[in-house]
Design a protein. Structure first.
Length: 151
């Protein structure tokens, strides 16, 4: 994005689908149309939406008070006791699922960011490991070829 004196903000779209853009009335060529390219954000918007939704959910869950958290834990225990006794109703079973989900969101708010970082490190390690195996395979093939060439 770049600033312009004629327009407040002017987006710099390159390598996207071509569409027509009408200049602002303040520009000297008012009313004229010029083609420009809009970027194709294939798949990026879904990833951004998922990441921002995760952050918003974590912020929301992190705002629960210790008293509310303790009450959810106590309610879960009461409902589990009923479930194990075989006396839980369908409504209570649904409530138990909701309480479990709520507690999972609270736990994710506490530890989720750290676990996401750990997951990123594991993915990078797995990618490194794959690249290293590929390199070892190439070295082994090159070694076999060079030995055949000497014989």
């Amino acid at each position: 994005m770049r600033s312009s004196s004629a327009r407040q903000l002017e987006f710099d779209y390159s390598n996207g689908p071509e569409i027509l853009h009408t200049s602002s009335p303040a520009a000297p060529d008012a009313g004229a149309s010029a083609p420009f390219r809009v970027p194709a954000f294939s798949g990026v918007s879904n990833q951004v939406y998922a990441a921002t939704a995760r952050i918003a959910g974590r912020l929301n869950a992190a705002n629960i008070s210790p008293a509310e958290h303790a009450e959810l834990l106590a309610e879960r225990q009461r409902l589990l006791d009923k479930q194990f006794a075989g006396a839980i109703t369908r409504k209570e079973q649904n409530r138990l699922e909701y309480v479990r989900w709520s507690l999972d969101r609270i736990e994710d708010a506490k530890y989720g960011q750290t676990l996401d970082a750990l997951e990123g490190w594991v993915e990078r390690y797995e990618q490194f490991s794959k690249e290293l195996r590929d390199f070892q395979t190439q070295l082994a093939q090159q070694t076999r070829q060079s030995r055949r060439g000497r014989n």
